[in-house]
Design a protein around this ligand. Structure first.
Ligand code: IMP
Ligand code: MG
Length: 186
């Protein structure tokens, strides 16, 4: 059965991972995380804004007691690429001390954002920190960060939808798609 196709209100976006594909992979990741974190004080740390939709589905695929926290980050860029200078714009509501923290990201590209996050978390006394990203673009990596749980490896194309944006648009697409005429700004 064909999956959902592009939508009329987003004509420049080609479907890469449709709703059913995303749901099936999120279910698999949730099942694996459920096994790995059984009996542990799990905190799912959603990195805003991009991971919001993925994290909302992922936590419902994890059959364990857990805490859900949100961390807002912004990165300064030089206009064409991420500078790697990241800052926290909105912090978690509760301390992460003694928690097993699973950082949930939308996409790992250069790895600079995740490297910053892992360094920022290192000082907080977490029991453990692991990472989960819906999408991984390994060919673009600058910082050799480990992604413990990956939804899909992707090529170097600019993706939008299911939380990912270009200039704050397209986050509400139900699928992940390729933005045609890919922009240089990330
Ligand atoms: P990194 O610091 O280069 O790994 O970039 C991570 C962040 O860049 C992600 O959390 C996204 O916000 C953004 N990003 C990287 N690639 C894409 C993409 O293809 N589409 C939308 N956002 C992206
Ligand atoms: Mg973004």
């Amino acid at each position: 059965m064909p999956e959902d196709l592009s939508v009329s209100w987003a004509p420049g976006v080609q479907v890469l991972f449709g709703e059913a594909t995303l749901a099936a992979r999120v279910a698999e990741l949730g099942a694996q995380i459920t096994v790995d974190y059984a009996g542990l004080p799990l905190t799912v740390l959603c990195v805003l804004k991009g991971a919001a939709l993925f994290a909302a589905d992922l936590v419902r695929a994890i059959s364990l007691p857990l805490q859900l926290e949100f961390l807002g980050v912004a990165s300064y860029g030089d206009g064409t690429t991420s500078s790697g200078e990241v800052r926290i714009t909105s912090d978690t509501g509760t301390p992460l001390h003694d928690r097993d923290v699973l950082v949930v990201e939308d996409i790992v590209d250069t790895g600079l954002t995740l490297r910053f996050l892992l360094q920022a978390l290192a000082a907080r006394g977490c029991r453990s920190v692991r990472t989960c990203a819906l999408l991984d673009k390994p060919s673009r990596r600058v910082e050799p960060v480990t992604v413990d749980y990956t939804g899909f490896e992707v090529e170097d194309r600019f993706l939008v939808g299911y939380g990912l944006d270009h200039d704050e648009r397209w986050r509400n697409l139900r699928f992940v798609g390729v933005l045609e005429a890919a922009p240089p700004v990330r």
